[in-house]
Design a protein around this ligand. Structure first.
Ligand SMILES: [Zn+2]
Length: 126
């Protein structure tokens, strides 16, 4: 559920290819076709320059990678902690009732924004 941004040091050899299709014992076919990058065995975690949470929503702006290594989750509510649906950042403020922004759609829809992303490049409300 996390993606890591990695900078591979100069002169390190990596293998880049395409994932082959696989047929499981259950006869399920995994189509393959995705890009595949193989790092050298025992590659250093020091190459990781940031992490970001993956969600099912499409990215609407450039993703934000943070330096904090993802925590080990123990409880379901920790697993689904608050993240920005736009940049996936975790620096979120929950707006109290007096600071909530109400948005009125042109077709009559009303939406009250309860959260604000504090990532300055994002500044998204939802
Ligand atoms: Zn954001």
């Amino acid at each position: 559920m996390y993606e890591a941004k990695i900078i591979v040091p100069k002169n390190i050899i990596i293998s880049v290819g395409v994932v082959a299709p696989v047929v499981l014992k259950t006869k399920t076919v995994l189509a393959g076709g995705a890009d595949q990058i193989l790092l050298p065995k025992d590659w250093s975690e020091d190459w990781i320059v940031g992490y970001r949470r993956i969600t099912s929503r499409q990215l609407q702006s450039e993703p934000v990678f943070v330096n904090d290594k993802p925590p080990k989750y123990n409880k379901k509510d920790e697993l689904y902690s608050m993240i920005c649906p736009c940049c996936r950042g975790t620096n979120i403020e929950q707006l109290d009732e007096s600071n909530r922004i109400t948005v009125y759609g042109k077709r009559g829809g009303v939406c009250k924004m309860k959260c604000h992303c504090l990532n300055a490049k994002c500044d998204y409300y939802w």
